[in-house]
Design a protein around this ligand. Structure first.
Ligand code: WT7
Length: 657
């Protein structure tokens, strides 16, 4: 196991951070969260979660809160039945809130659309009828490859309504990555659009689907939303959204499904090449999504305007754009584009336009805003903001302070929320109105959640100690497995502390003297680039699939904006080595990775080397390569098969960036 992969050079700053920001009396008095919920949940965890589940509409009440007898396969709210889409849409209309805005959608070119809960119900019903007409039923899988359009939300909820599983694939992934995900889930239908707006330009999207579905035997239909009027090739199984969905009835009666009925699959990078299809189910997932959204963001439905800037292609978009906020009847902003289109104040213009009160983004975005300068947000009225959130990677105290000062007017609580695709919902976070916040620390497990920092033997390291983060008790929104691979599920998360039954998160962490938790980054071969998980092996496989590359090793090197940047060390093939070392050839290699995985996986830098540092058993020592990539003195080389290799590398590298 290597050292934590996080921005390690800021580690020392993190741990000497001692500022705290207690909540104001005014905020605390009106807060949804109360300090007694920690004790209440500790005394009766299952009772606590049952109370939260009671906030949802169940068609049949559960018989048992938790069945952990088949660990690590959990069952929550056993015997209960509900429809997730009914809970996110219909029940708000039935409660008389049909006129409340569910979504203020803002397109990148400046078009916008306001969708009330009543309209959302009609749109989701039409989409469900359309999918049913294409043969989609309970248990089927639907791949959704869309940018941030209202149709993405309609599609996800329509699947939930029908009991079909969605597998949302981020629009920035390549045709090849899409193909692999479609095939793993054996999706019947793919939903996409003609093109997507990115930084003011329309980029084709359907073309990737056309390429992917040439090798996806399960796909029967491709449903295409018209967004950019980009010209598209047309195949037999393609159908326009407006031809299939719009004529449908806007009435659809949802069916109740078992609490453990699968809701979605979402792929995430693991330590080996193939992505893992993380499986989430219905009742427990929705319970924790709604509870955490309500308490961590202090949501007051009807008055708050919430905005999460994530893409629905990631779990943050699933839980904190679709399921959590909509289950709570929130009014939210969904924005299609990039933060600098058409100008660097776009986010703040949107906050001002809609009076956003709760804003949730990633540290990499905050650091980008810092680079652009505080004078940009200063031009807008941000006084409506009252809670700010952060997710995706450790937030450095400087960025935290900048966020609070320049976006939060020096007064808003900041919630640094730690969780994962696998956990389904927030696990560790301050509670606004309760916790005195500390810049850079996610601090405390939420009520009803248990997390520990342990050593290699599973022993709690205690205040001031550092080690590995584990979740030692099951939680409602936990993953229920890896699609089609129970063994990998057990091996990846449950084998490290098998005797203790702990879930191993893959993150390094430390307690401070107060017992608050500080996350320190991944301890496995997974990089965190702009809050996105990318495996080193995946990028290495993409590199060696290029004809000029003989061998490749990839590391995540700390990066001031993206958290980590991808740095690749490649050995070129015999004659390629002479011609291919030039900048053009290295650019071609970077483009090749982008084509194989997606632009997010493009190496920041490629270095051509003659050798790679390996142990006697042939394992690449990424730790040493990281030293080179971060311009540090190279560490202990004694376990290398050939200790002179590092000298060779340090002297002989040809760099390209
Ligand atoms: C990994 C999970 C959860 C949604 C976004 C990413 C890192 C996430 C934090 C945080 C420190 C964090 C961890 C985790 N991470 N949030 N607040 N502080 N690290 O989801 O792609 O499943 O990645 O992101 O390393 O394991 P994901």
């Amino acid at each position: 196991m290597s050292q934590p992969d996080g921005p390690s050079n800021t580690l020392d700053n993190l741990l000497t951070e001692s500022r705290t920001f207690p909540p104001t009396a005014e905020f605390a008095a009106a807060a949804n969260a109360t300090s007694d919920s920690y004790d209440r949940a500790a005394a009766d965890r299952e009772g606590f979660w049952a109370e939260q589940a009671d906030q949802l509409d169940w068609a049949r009440k559960w018989d048992q809160v938790l069945d952990w007898s088949g660990a690590p396969f959990a069952k929550w709210f056993v015997g209960g039945e509900l429809n997730v889409a009914h809970n996110c849409v219909d029940r708000h209309v039935e409660a008389g809130n049909g006129d409340r805005v569910a979504i203020h959608w803002e397109g990148e070119p400046g078009d916008s659309r306001t969708i009330t809960y009543a309209e959302l119900q009609r749109e989701v019903s039409r989409t469900a009828n359309a999918l049913a007409s294409l043969g989609v039923g309970a248990g089927d899988r639907v791949a959704i490859y869309l940018p941030m359009l209202p149709e993405a939300v309609f599609s996800m909820l329509a699947c939930a309504r029908l009991g079909a599983l969605h597998s949302v694939v981020f629009g920035g992934f390549s045709a090849e990555a899409l193909r692999a995900r479609i095939n793993d889930a054996e999706a019947k239908v793919v939903i996409t659009c003609d093109g997507q707006y990115r930084r003011g330009k329309a980029a084709p999207l359907k073309a990737n689907v056309d390429e992917a579905v040439q090798h996806t035997p399960s796909v029967e239909h491709v449903l295409v939303v018209k967004r950019t009027a980009t010209e598209v090739a047309w195949n037999e199984r393609d159908k326009w959204w407006h031809d299939v969905v719009e004529p449908q009835s806007d009435q659809h009666t949802p069916e109740a499904f078992d609490s453990e009925h699968p809701l979605f699959i979402l792929y995430t990078s693991g330590t080996t090449g193939s992505p893992k299809g993380i499986l989430h189910t219905s009742g427990g997932y929705l319970t924790q999504a709604a509870y955490t959204h309500r308490t961590v963001f202090d949501l007051k439905p009807g008055s708050d305007v919430y905005w999460c800037t994530a893409d629905i292609g990631w779990v943050t978009g699933h839980t904190y754009i679709v399921y959590g906020p909509l289950a709570n009847g929130a009014t939210q902003v969904i924005y299609e584009g990039t933060p600098n289109s058409p100008h660097e104040g776009r986010h703040w213009e949107i906050v001002q336009k809609y009076g956003v009160t709760l804003y949730y983004t990633a540290p990499t975005t905050i650091r980008t805003f810092m680079k652009w300068g505080a004078e940009i947000p200063a031009q807008y009225d941000l006084s409506t903001l009252r809670v700010l959130g952060s997710v995706g990677e450790p937030i450095n105290p400087e960025a935290w302070m900048w966020y609070r000062e320049n976006i939060g007017g020096g007064k808003t609580p900041i919630v640094d929320t730690w969780w994962q695709t696998e956990t389904g919902a927030i696990m560790i976070s301050p509670l606004p109105g309760v916790t005195a916040t500390k810049p850079g620390s996610a601090q405390v497990p939420l009520p009803g959640i248990s997390a520990k920092v342990v050593d290699e033997t599973g022993e709690d390291v205690g205040p001031g100690g550092g080690g590995l983060l584990v979740l030692d008790k099951p939680w409602p929104s936990m993953l229920r497995g890896i699609w089609g691979d129970d063994q990998r599920f057990k091996d990846t998360y449950w084998s490290k502390f098998a005797d203790l039954g702990y879930y191993f998160a893959g993150d390094g962490a430390k307690y401070d003297d107060d017992g608050d938790i500080w996350l320190l980054g991944r301890v496995d071969d997974v990089m965190n680039v702009s809050g996105h998980r990318i495996s080193t092996t995946e990028v290495e496989s993409a590199l060696v699939s290029h004809p000029t590359v003989a061998e490749a090793a990839v590391v995540g090197a700390s990066d001031p904006t993206t958290g980590q940047g991808i740095v690749a060390f490649v050995i070129l093939r015999g004659n390629a080595a002479d011609e291919a070392g030039g900048d053009a050839a290295l650019k071609a290699l970077r483009d090749h990775v982008s084509h194989e995985i997606g632009p997010i996986a493009k190496p920041r830098q490629i270095m051509v080397v003659q050798e790679l540092p390996k142990t006697r058993s042939g394992k690449i020592m990424r730790r040493l390569l990281r030293d080179v990539a971060e311009n540090r003195e190279v560490g202990d080389v004694s376990t290398l098969a050939d200790s002179s290799v590092m000298d060779l590398i340090s002297k002989g590298i040809r760099k390209s960036s």
